[in-house]
Each structure stands twice: as C-alpha cells, then as structure tokens.
Write a protein of this length. Structure first.
Ligand SMILES: NC(=O)c1ccc[n+]([C@@H]2O[C@H](COP(=O)([O-])OP(=O)(O)OC[C@H]3O[C@@H](n4cnc5c(N)ncnc54)[C@H](OP(=O)(O)O)[C@@H]3O)[C@@H](O)[C@H]2O)c1
Length: 267
C-alpha cells in the first residue's frame, strides 16, 4: 500500500530521541519533510542532521518547550513559513512514565500539574496552533502519543495514567471539532517500547536485582501477547499509517500499539 506521504509536511514534537525520533525518521522515509521539535537545541540539531542524511528529506530542527504557548505558536509559525503548509502533527513530547509518583502523601501538586501541562495542555497547544493551517488546506492528520497506563492503574505512577486517560477525551474532542475540515485525530498508546534508553535501563535493573539483562527483557516481554518488546521503529509504522490519507476511516480513536499488552478487552 502506498501511504501517499510523499511531500507531506509533518511536525513531530519530542523528536530529538526515542519514539519521536523514530516517528520523524519513518515519516521522512515515507517521503515527508519533517520539523522536529524539542527543548535542547544541540540534541535536536544532531537528530535533524542524522535523519536528513539518512532519508534525503528536509528535517528542520525548531526548538520549543510545549509548556509555553508563545514558543509553540512561534515553532508552528516558523514551520508554516518555511514549508507553506502543515499536513501532519505528531504530539509526542513528554517525560516517559510521568513525573508524579506515589505513595499518596508524597505526591506533589506541582509534579502533577507539570505533567498535565506538558502532555495534555501541551498537546492541545500544538493542535490549536496547527489547526488553522490544516483547516485552510481542508486536510490534516493529528496523532497523539499516549501510553497504555491510560487503560490500567499503573500502581504508584499516578500522573502517567491521569494524563494518558485525559488524552482519550482530548483526542475525541479534537476529532469532532476538526473532522468537518478534513482533519482526523487519533491517539496511539505505546506500551513498554524499546528506545535508546532501554539498553542502559535494563542493564541497571539487572545489576540492581542480580539477574541478567535477558531476564529483565523477558519479564517486560511476558506482559505482551507477542512475547516480544515493541521497538520504537515498529510504533512509528503505526503512526505513519495514521498520518496517511489512507487512514481516513478512523478518527477520534485510541489504539494500543503495545504488542497485545495486558488482558483487558476494550469495546
Ligand atoms: N518509551 C516508552 O516505553 C513509552 C511507553 C508509553 C508511552 N510513551 C510516551 O511516548 C512519548 C515519548 O517517549 P520516549 O520514551 O521516546 O521519551 P524520551 O526518550 O525521553 O524523549 C522525549 C522527547 O520529548 C522531548 N520533550 C520532553 N518534554 C518536552 C517539552 N516540554 N517540550 C518539548 N519537547 C519535550 C525531549 O527532548 P528535550 O528534553 O530536549 O525537550 C525528547 O525529545 C511520551 O509521550 C511518552 O509518555 C513512551
């Protein structure tokens, strides 16, 4: 299937590393030019150069903190000026796993609010800033990256679940609001996903528990129906489909891309 992503213009937030970088790379491989966004300029420039050299597409680094409305608006304005349109937004910037953790008496209001500000309000800020450009073109794709903690209480990790659940409603709202203008909005929930952070994290966990890295990985994979850990590049394939004109049949949905993690069914 041709995903028809040739010469589309995409913005991917949180794209200097991890899942966002893998998504930026896949969209570029599919023929899109990509604006990559994150806070740290040095990391972002390195990533942009690497992905551009690898794919032959324009990959433009624009720094912005998605907790700042003026910075988001400036980033989107620069992207629109550079390319003349914006077709695709991938909202991904956030601290994986959330930052407000229990036990209850130690959860700080500031951590809770910071996390919601980055992941829920941050995604809203970016959607609001790109919407006029997509409406003008009568076409757009917004893909929000959530997390499977939206569907399970993740124990002590309270803000991760609260923010990812919040994105379910935000996604549906945006889909209804923007659908008449040819824009679809969907939410992808990764499970535990392999990124460049995973190797060192698994090694550290293995050291702490006196077990092997293979045992740590097997334990992570055991929760998945496929008994393997999803790689960021595989998550990016899912996002590329939702970024494509071919995904027109789906909007306002939350889709798990965690290798069949967990046992719950969702109607
Ligand atoms: N990895 C997983 O297993 C997993 C599982 C479920 C869900 N997720 C979700 O997937 C997304 C990406 O996770 P990841 O593991 O790839 O994270 P990561 O490796 O830590 O990368 C996060 C990216 O977001 C950027 N960022 C963070 N806060 C930002 C802000 N306020 N403004 C702009 N950029 C910001 C970071 O760059 P700077 O620090 O330079 O800004 C970086 O580029 C997150 O939404 C996470 O919750 C991940």
């Amino acid at each position: 299937m041709d995903l028809e992503l040739e010469n589309k213009i995409a913005i991917v937030t949180g794209a200097s590393r991890g899942i966002g970088k893998a998504i930026a790379r896949e969209l570029a491989v599919c023929g899109s030019d990509v604006v990559v966004c994150a806070r740290n300029a040095e990391d972002l420039e390195l990533t942009a150069r690497e992905v551009s050299e690898e794919t032959g597409r324009q990959v433009v680094p624009i720094t912005a903190d998605t907790t700042s409305t003026p910075q988001v608006e400036s980033m989107v304005a620069q992207a629109a000026q550079r390319f003349g349109k914006i077709d695709i937004l991938v909202n991904n910037a956030a601290a994986p796993g959330g930052i407000a953790r229990g036990p209850l008496e130690t959860i700080s209001d500031d951590d809770m609010l910071d996390d919601l500000n980055t992941k829920v309000v941050g995604y809203l800020r970016c959607a609001r800033a790109v919407a006029p450009h997509m409406i003008q073109n009568g076409w757009g794709r917004i893909i929000n990256i959530g997390g499977l903690s939206a569907r399970n209480s993740s124990g002590s990790n309270v803000s991760a679940g609260v923010r990812n659940s919040g994105l379910v409603n935000l996604t549906k709202y945006l889909a209804q609001e923007l659908g008449p203008s040819g824009i679809t909005v969907n939410l992808i929930h990764p499970g535990a996903t392999r990124t460049e952070r995973s190797g060192p994290a698994y090694e550290e966990q293995a050291r702490r528990e006196g077990i092997t890295v293979e045992q740590v990985e097997a334990r992570v994979a055991a929760n998945n129906a496929t008994k393997r850990i999803v790689d960021a590049s595989e998550l990016a394939y899912v996002v590329a489909f939702f970024a494509s004109p071919r995904s027109i049949a789906i909007s306002g949905e939350a889709i798990a891309a965690g290798g069949g993690a967990g046992t719950a069914v969702h109607h």
